[in-house]
Design a protein around this ligand. Structure first.
Ligand code: NAD
Ligand code: MLT
Length: 308
């Protein structure tokens, strides 16, 4: 009998495997996770739980960590590997939903959707606001992987010119997507009316877009981050936004989640937010839940095909 602890909101469906005992505790506080994790063979989580050295050390019987999604920046892969704990994720299951949310933020930020909604609820019928059109504008994508690629496909429907910066993909991928791949990030930024980032968060991408990079964008650009907080440096973003260089910003993610309500980005009138909801559609969560459970079980049974 394998014991599996789930510490994040998931739609796992019915567990049909009699060898698995699943404990679904999506709100379990970290202190409690640390206390009980020693009794489990596998942990399944999303981004809420920091699977760090301390948690892995406490997980004396852990064999597998399943990440219900793409990003493994909340899992200490090196510490897991030192202990022989395998890590699996389901990178393809939420691509479409994440790309759609990036577009929802880009459109909402460009048209003042949230602000207008709020004003109407307050009894204010404000028709002075002017937004931005997308037709023939330039969209810059940092990271042309699964999600960045899907974002590019959607951009074509808006008749946009699409540029990308991604030093790790073959040029043929960009060509197939009808995207101009640039070797120099600064070169791309100078041309973008709209910018969206879709890289993983790692040592190389943390702060990749800072004050200098934001000022390379033409004045009045719109910036979206539906990948990970920290890829765009938050302090720089607050400064550049407050100095009036950007038209608006759309954010699904923060460096620290949930952010404090006093956080200047949370309160900024030019920022449209969602609460790390990129993967939160019925369809994506059904796919993620089914795949992560299947991969964790298979890995516990000795199939190493999904191990990172
Ligand atoms: P992916 O691996 O398919 O694509 C990432 C791309 O980034 C790759 O093409 C890679 O070459 C590129 N890249 C890496 N380092 C780079 C750098 N320094 N500069 C430019 N490009 C670089 O991953 P994906 O499935 O597209 O997901 C991307 C990220 O989106 C995930 O790592 C995750 O953090 C985030 N994500 C967020 C949500 C959400 O709910 N908001 C949902 C899914 C994924
Ligand atoms: C991911 O990396 O897949 C995202 O953070 C989505 C999520 O876990 O909600």
């Amino acid at each position: 009998m394998w014991r599996v602890l789930v510490t994040d909101e998931m739609r796992l469906g019915e567990v049909r495997n009699g060898d698995i005992r699943l404990d679904y505790r999506p709100n379990m506080p970290r202190e409690e996770i640390l206390k009980v994790i020693g009794g489990y063979d596998a942990l399944i989580t999303r981004s809420r739980t920091q699977v760090d050295e301390a948690l892995l050390e406490a997980g004396k019987n852990l064999k597998v960590v399943g990440r219900g999604g793409v990003g493994v920046d909340n899992v200490d892969l090196e510490a897991a590997s030192r202990r022989g704990i395998l890590v699996v994720n389901v990178p393809e299951a939420n691509t479409r939903s994440a790309a759609e949310l990036a577009w929802a933020l880009l459109l909402a930020a460009s048209r003042g959707v949230v602000d207008s909604d709020r004003k109407i609820r307050e009894g204010v019928w404000d028709r002075k606001y002017l937004g931005l059109e997308l037709d023939r504008k330039t969209l810059g994508i940092v990271g042309l992987g699964r999600i960045g690629g899907q974002v590019a496909r959607f951009a074509k429907a808006f008749n946009m010119r699409v540029l990308a910066y991604d030093p790790y993909i073959p040029r043929t991928r960009a060509e197939t997507l009808g995207v101009e791949l640039l070797d120099d990030l600064a070169d791309m930024l100078r041309q973008c009316h709209f910018l969206t980032v879709h890289t993983p968060l790692n040592e190389e991408t943390r702060g990749l877009i800072g004050r200098r990079e934001l000022y390379l964008l033409p004045k009045g650009a719109v910036v979206v981050n539906a990948a990970r907080g920290g890829i765009i440096d938050e302090k720089a973003l607050i400064e550049v936004l407050s100095e009036g260089h950007l038209f608006a910003v759309g954010l699904d993610v923060f460096e620290l989640e949930p952010p404090n309500v006093e956080h200047p980005l949370v309160q900024h009138p030019k920022v449209t937010h969602t609460a790390h909801l990129g993967a939160n559609t019925v369809e994506a969560q059904d796919r993620v839940g089914e795949a992560v459970l299947e991969r964790v079980i298979e890995t516990l049974q000795g199939n190493l095909a999904y191990a990172l």
